[in-house]
Design a binder for this molecule. Structure first.
Ligand code: M6R
Length: 572
């Protein structure tokens, strides 16, 4: 998802300490991880870097914390959240568009700002609004009116036994526990504590205590009931892994088997409805970002091969590259279900009368709730920043959909075949060791291998920080080949000895490239057990994830966080 920030607030009858808040905040670190902060009602802690333990054992009954991905203002302690103004403390995820005007007015009225962020205006504004309104209910109403832009914000006032929350466009959920409420950017943060959640709609704000809540919108009360979600803690049976990324790659066979069972079981009806929507649409447009976009490219290609007019458009450029209307089915693909660019593309499509569907991992996410119909990929929680098992399951949903249009595939056999790919790990580790001194790497693919080449390269860039380009084999000669010289590593994805890919591999080999072939034949450097090009695409992507992981490990990059979060926080 587009990284912005993660927020969490806990209010409880039973006291708790910073350790619990930070272990929950850790679960949101995938949203942003350049700085973080914590407020326990008395002391403010703000740090740059990834969330780390700190020795605050003071029991409290309300606290909040924030993990940041800087958008306004550099990565400094002063710019980290929470922000304070007088007796008001806030955390914020989103972008306040009119922050400069607001700041100007507030400064003119005497406020002193201490950060370069847009978010700090919320603290000062609440402080000022409290002098103008008697109740916090009215303060929040005035706040949501005054602020333009996107926000999920939590507010605490010194000496006031409530947590206050408001949201527009940025995600915010309230986890309802016995004698405790947890407000967070998504249900990851509390899914081990409760399976009952209330999702904020735009412009809603709430007054929350340890035992209750009141919701409002534009000054009027809103009745809200918790939803029960069943997705939580599917990965309880954690094995010992050095990193979440590796753990999540290892979970792929199990996660895929779970999805396949669900598509013929509990999700069967929705699966059938999505097939019917595709059949009835004049054209199908997948929209997504990053890894999910690569899975979408696969989906578009599978359907296209079956005569369906399907394409995949990167969400952030959606309106510049596609026309949508009442005849269009727009399918958003998103692990988190919260990626802002995708949400914007859906809004744009809805305004033009398109039908919206979603393929998501996180249930009740914004994208799921915006869509008329949604399929869940059931990958389980992805804690690592790198999306791995979600890609596999997104691609599998695409395959399953295409199957209804006559596209033959071996979905049922794929979990076992993924296991075979995972068994190649020692060879992948050896390759990573060999490639780790390199600064650049190229990945070439054709047809279904093209999206996989891009995904392969994205993972390597994101995790190992080696520059990697994934491209169409046929496009190489149109410029990029100039960069291929002696010793440059080129991974060629060659399904079943595809002669065109072989010839692309030959072109770069002739220039001295260190060519590594990933294919399905004995002579390939890595032989994958794929019986079709589609299977090859899924399996090769997993091999790329493993390579990215081992390159990063070899180079000592910060891959993710330690596997056992709860444990790592308890040892404080
Ligand atoms: O949550 P989403 O699937 O919408 O996120 C989209 C991308 O930000 C995401 O896939 C990103 O590219 C991955 N972290 C890459 O590993």
């Amino acid at each position: 998802m587009s990284r912005l920030c993660g927020i969490i607030g806990i209010i409880s009858q039973e006291p708790f300490t910073s350790q619990e808040v930070l272990s929950r905040l850790k679960k949101l670190e995938y949203r942003g991880y350049d700085s973080w902060g914590y407020w326990n009602g008395k002391t403010l802690t703000r740090k740059t870097g990834k969330i780390a333990v700190f020795d605050d054992k003071e029991p409290v009954t309300a606290a909040m914390a924030h993990t940041r991905w800087a958008t306004h203002g550099g990565v400094t302690e002063a710019n980290a959240h929470p922000h304070r103004a007088g007796d008001v403390t806030i955390v914020h995820n989103g972008i306040i568009e009119n922050w400069q005007e607001l700041r100007h007015d507030l400064e003119a009225a005497g406020a002193t700002f201490r950060s370069e962020t847009d978010s700090e205006v919320i603290a000062h504004l609440v402080r000022r609004l409290r002098t103008q309104h008697e109740s916090m209910e009215n303060v929040l109403a005035a706040l949501t009116e005054a602020v333009q832009g996107t926000f999920a914000t939590l507010i605490m006032v010194d000496g006031d036994p409530h947590l206050y929350a408001a949201k527009r466009d940025s995600p915010l959920a309230l986890g309802v526990c016995d004698g405790r409420m947890i407000l967070a950017s998504d249900i990851y943060a509390f899914s081990d504590a409760t399976q009952r959640a209330i999702f904020f709609e735009n412009d809603e704000y709430a007054i929350v205590s340890a035992t209750g809540y009141r919701f409002f919108k534009h000054g009027a009360p809103v009745a809200k009931e918790p939803h029960t979600f069943t997705w939580a803690a599917m990965e309880e049976d954690k094995r010992e892994h050095a990193h979440f990324m590796l753990k999540e790659i290892d979970e792929e066979p199990a996660a895929l088997a779970r999805l396949i069972a669900s598509l013929t079981g509990e999700q069967r009806a929705d699966y059938g409805k999505l097939v019917a929507l595709i059949r009835g649409a004049q054209k199908v447009v997948f929209t997504a970002a990053g890894t999910a976009y690569h899975a979408s490219l696969l989906g578009a290609s599978f359907l296209h091969q079956q005569g369906v007019d399907a394409q995949a458009i990167i969400a952030s450029e959606f309106e510049n590259f596609i026309t949508v209307d009442e005849g269009t089915l727009v399918i958003a693909v998103s692990q988190s279900g919260e990626t802002m660019d995708v949400i914007e593309a859906l809004k744009y499509s809805k305004e033009r009368g398109a039908t919206l569907a979603a393929i998501v991992n996180v249930p009740y996410s914004t994208i799921e709730r915006m869509s008329a119909l949604s399929l869940q990929i059931l990958a389980g929680q992805e804690v690592a920043v790198a999306s791995t098992k979600a890609f596999t399951n997104q691609a599998a949903v695409m395959l399953a959909l295409a199957q209804s249009f006559g596209y033959a595939n071996g979905l049922a056999a794929l979990p076992e075949k993924l296991g075979t790919v995972l068994a190649l790990e020692p060879a992948v580790r050896a390759l990573a060791k060999r490639l780790s001194p390199q600064r650049d790497l190229y990945v070439l693919g054709r047809k279904l291998g093209y999206p996989v080449a891009r995904e392969f390269a994205l993972k390597i860039k994101e995790i190992s920080y080696i520059h990697a380009e994934g491209m169409m084999g046929g496009e190489l000669k149109h410029g990029t080949i100039a960069l291929i010289e002696q010793g440059v590593p080129v991974v060629a994805l060659v399904y079943d000895g595809d002669p065109k890919m072989r010839s692309n591999a030959q072109e770069v080999r002739a220039r001295g490239a260190d060519v590594i072939t990933v294919g399905t034949r004995e002579e390939d450097d890595f032989t994958l057990p794929a019986a079709s090009e589609a299977e090859f695409a899924v399996l090769a992507a997993t091999l790329g994830q493993l390579l990215a992981y081992h390159l990063a490990k070899e180079l000592g990059r910060p891959i993710d966080k330690p596997r056992n979060l709860a444990k790592s926080v308890t040892v404080l």
